[in-house]
Design a binder for this molecule. Sequence first.
Ligand SMILES: [Zn+2]
Length: 135
Amino acid sequence: MDTLTRAQRSERMRQVKSRDTAPELKLRRLVWALGHRYRKNHSSVMGRPDLAFVGRKKAIFVHGCFWHRHSCPSGRRTPKSKVGFWRQKFNANVRRDAKVSRELRAEGWKSLVVWECQLGNRASVGRRVRRFLDA
Ligand SMILES: [Zn+2]
């Protein structure tokens, strides 16, 4: 028997989907290879960053270009049907990202966003991550 409402189930699905995505795994492997240790989806850190470096108060987010509206082609793509629905969804994501980043900053944290499309260039992402963590 199903005990979840439709809304609860879709929320649950959303949460499941947002963890351990391919881009996240890629970034984690890269950061691990750089010799940095982190907590993933640390729930006591604002915004539950993909990677949290608690001692350094630094957080890294891996954002899917489509969902979080990167300025690249896949971030500018909008489905042709249910335009209003998508626009609302995208706006909510972008607003949430901005809020999380503001609140982290207010708590003395620094955050870095790595976009999905940037993970193709491992060397460049590696340099950015290293600069961010060492700064
Ligand atoms: Zn992108």
